[in-house]
Design a protein around this ligand. Structure first.
Ligand SMILES: [Zn+2]
Length: 178
């Protein structure tokens, strides 16, 4: 069995061959620039099982078009504007007291709520489908009242978003930025 399709990246800095599977199931092989095709094919043949498992797993995931510090700095302010507007919008329903709202490059986390009532959000919310960004915002808002994921918490969430279960499931398919 051979790997049908993959992206080959030749790198001057790479010291060894490295396989990665991206969201969507795309296989990327990075190799030192001097490696010949035969060695590459042998390497791939040896890892076919790993590749097919990993790409099957990643096929269902989606990635966002942003990552890294530069994207964060570029989009931070528009993300802040968007998030402040959505927090205000949803809080018209809840009327919760909240502290500072901080936009971060939270790496692997969409949002969080501190004990003091400060809210943190990833700038990448700007790139999620609108209803999923709203889900994250409502979720963190509700933590101002319920600092857990017990029944009362989800009842609060459902007040704004009755389909929160579906949204939560959909959100898991998105890989937060790195
Ligand atoms: Zn939570």
């Amino acid at each position: 069995m051979t790997v049908a399709q993959y992206i080959l990246k030749r790198s001057k800095r790479a010291r060894y061959m490295r396989l990665a599977v991206q969201a969507g199931g795309v296989v990327v092989l990075t190799v030192p620039h001097y490696i010949d095709v035969e060695t590459i094919e042998k390497f791939l043949a040896k890892h076919t099982e790993w590749i097919s498992k990993a790409s099957e797993k990643m096929r269902h995931f989606k990635s966002l078009p942003v990552s890294g510090r530069r994207d964060y700095l570029k989009h931070k302010e528009s993300a802040r504007e968007f998030i402040l507007e959505r927090v205000a919008y949803w809080n018209r329903l809840y009327h919760f007291q909240h502290g500072r709202i901080t936009i971060k490059n939270t790496k692997g986390l969409w949002g969080s709520c501190s004990h003091k009532g400060n809210l943190n959000f990833s700038y990448a919310l700007l790139f999620l489908p609108r209803e999923l960004a709203d889900y994250v915002i409502v979720h963190e808002l509700c933590h101002l009242k319920e600092h857990n994921h017990l029944h009362a918490f989800w009842t609060l969430v459902a007040r704004a978003l009755p389909n929160y279960r579906e949204l939560r499931r959909e959100l898991r398919r998105y890989i937060p930025t790195r």
